[in-house]
Design a binder for this molecule. Sequence first.
Ligand code: ATP
Ligand code: MG
Length: 456
Amino acid sequence: MVDELGSRFAAAGHEIALVGGPVRDILLGRGSKDLDFASSARPDAVERLLAGWADHVWDIGKAFGTIGCRKGDWILEITTYRSESYDPTSRKPEVAYGDNLQGDLARRDFAMNAMAVLLPSHEFVDPYGGIEDVANKVIRTPGSPEDSFSDDPLRMMRAARFAAQLGFTPDPGVVAAMTAMAERITIVSAERVRDELIKLVCAPYPRIGLDLLVSTGLADHVLPELPALRLELDEHHRHKDVYEHSLIVLEQAIDLESRIGAEEPDFVLRFAALIHDIGKPKTRRFEGAGKVTFHHHDVVGAKLAKKRMKALRFSNEQIDQVGKLVELHLRFHGYGTGEWTDSAVRRYVRDAGDLLSRLHVLTRADCTTRNRRKAEALRSAYDDLEKRIEQLQEQEELDSLRPDLDGNQIMELLAIGPGRDVGEAYKFLMELRMDEGPLGEDAAKEKLLAWWSSRP
Ligand code: ATP
Ligand code: MG
């Protein structure tokens, strides 16, 4: 398929090469259906050459020189050679077309991403020793890391992201530049930072990337609540800090991720696991006798989580979801060995809503005690809760929890028209439903009338 494409471009007098991620991934033995190409042809010419060959062609960003197409199962992106120059004071790269592959590779972020295979000749082009880097599992910039990160500070985030995705180690010079230049990340748009953070958190080894963000100081700018977790739990420095706990909870959540039934890594679950305790630094109190408390760190944490995610331009849905999980992560404590009433179980289900399966995983993951007996007791208590939820759900179809009477029935019974009273009556019936389960129409009417006549 790629040779066909190469011949088509060559026949029209253009150069085209497979570049970047796919070349790196092939060397790593990882295939992908997404292929990136660079070409001497300008976007209009690329569009013409693809028409009649690809199954479908679209414009990804003609202004940036990228045309996309589908050929069978393959998704191709073809970008005209660039020799990008960045204005260090601006957030947006300036695009200038280049006329050769070498120049195009020179502007790329890392040596491992600056390899190409010319088509259809299969000539391997690797000006910066990317193949050695892949073999040695290291992340290096083509030129000096300082120049590279000056051109585009986002590359510092990308170094951490690739470390998390590939398990590679950034070269000491790269780490030094990240540390010295961390503050420069603040000129990059929140959206670009967010997208790299999502990829990092959804990678196979997020701990590696997160540790890099924290140790270089990048996290102080993009997610300051994370390094703030490195606090002592007691005045005697005996316990591990909350930061390490959070990383373990994240890893345990990843181990349990298949339980939520998603095929892909779940950002909301992972991010909630990482930051579920971000309310702790603000709420820590030493109570004397070596005792430390974090009252309401769930509520405070949910607020902080939402604020940070808003600043990072996450979608409202993601903000609400993570906020809710953080807020609910402690609720299960108090379940003990099954002390909750049915009503408390119903409220748990209602409050979690469609986040219930994620909350199950988060709560189970949030147990990092080394005390085997304690861990086992928590696990079996949670098994018990899940079983009770299942039983209640079967009985009552909790998913569509509604009062026993609807608005029309309420108005008819009380002989009132639409208005505040109907809403209050509905709320009363909903509370009743929550406390006592389904009552049936007659009993509900009786209770509603009693409530109505007891009102002033
Ligand atoms: P993946 O698609 O799996 O996330 P990738 O290596 O393809 O990994 P992309 O973000 O898709 O990464 O970028 C494609 C290629 O473009 C990279 O391999 C790299 O060569 C180049 N690139 C992307 N972003 C930058 C950047 N900020 N600075 C320099 N080069 C970049
Ligand atoms: Mg890519």
